[in-house]
Design a protein around this ligand. Structure first.
Ligand code: PGA
Length: 247
């Protein structure tokens, strides 16, 4: 089996404070989860408040689909990189649903990120209705194709996040078996574009991950870590989640 280093990513969304930056940094510097890569994606304004640390990397939650220019309020991939980010979350379901991000926008942002040497964490997931209608795999295949079918080379530089929309912020998690089934489907589907890249790409699970349910999720063979929202705002709980992904 290919060794994929687990990645545990915190998605603070529009939450947090300078105090939380310091509490999180202190908590993560205290744990020795060296086999796990830890990433914090705070609101972009807090990036420069994080003390430099070898224990965690930083990322953005969004990036402009344009390189530079007259785009009031936008932040470019180069700017994120200059602010210390190494990763950026792209196509989160909240951005797709609330800010109208289409697959074409997700592709453009993925390209911008990679050109600026940021690793995109590209998010995919089905709605509750799609799951009830047994359309999960079909919907995922369609969205994955929209980004990777014509640009398989992007896969080598990406992290994928599977986030069932019905599980985000609801306290309802996919069972480890449900999640594993979808992760395995995603990996097999991606192998049509590039077999080796599909074997290497990390596929994170997101949706109500917490200190209680994380170990069983991370034990699944195709789950390579987590994208953690609510629980990442509690430094002790987030540290425990990171530790649970250690071998
Ligand atoms: P949640 O959020 O852990 O609060 O469900 C996950 C996410 O939206 O990335």
């Amino acid at each position: 089996m290919t060794q994929r280093r687990p990645l545990i990513a915190a998605n603070w969304k529009m939450n947090g404070s300078v105090d939380l930056v310091h509490q999180t940094s202190a908590a993560l510097n205290n744990i020795g989860a060296s086999s796990v890569e830890i990433l914090i994606c705070p609101p972009v304004i807090f990036l420069s408040h994080f003390p430099k640390s070898s224990h965690y990397a930083l990322g953005g939650q969004n990036v402009s689909s344009e390189r530079s220019g007259a785009f009031t309020g936008e932040i470019s991939a180069d700017m994120l990189r200059a602010a210390g980010a190494e990763y950026v979350i792209i196509g989160h379901s909240e951005r797709r649903a609330l800010f109208g991000e289409t697959d074409a926008v997700v592709l453009a942002k993925t390209n911008q990120a990679i050109s600026a040497k940021l690793t995109p964490i590209v998010c995919f997931g089905e709605t509750l209705i799609e799951r009830q209608q047994e359309k999960t795999m079909q919907v995922l295949a369609q969205h994955l194709d929209a980004v990777y079918a014509a640009h398989p080379e992007l896969l080598r530089h990406s992290v994928i996040a599977y986030e069932p929309i019905w599980a985000i912020g609801t306290g309802e998690t996919a069972t480890p078996e449900q999640a594993q089934q979808v992760h395995a489907f995603i990996r097999t589907h991606l192998s049509k574009y590039d077999k080796e890249a599909a074997e290497k790409v990390r596929i994170l699970y997101g949706g109500s991950v917490n200190a209680e349910n994380c170990a069983a999720l991370f034990a699944q063979p195709d789950i390579d870590g987590g994208l953690v929202g609510g629980a990442s705002l509690k430094p002790a709980e987030f540290s425990a989640i990171c530790l649970s992904a250690q071998d």
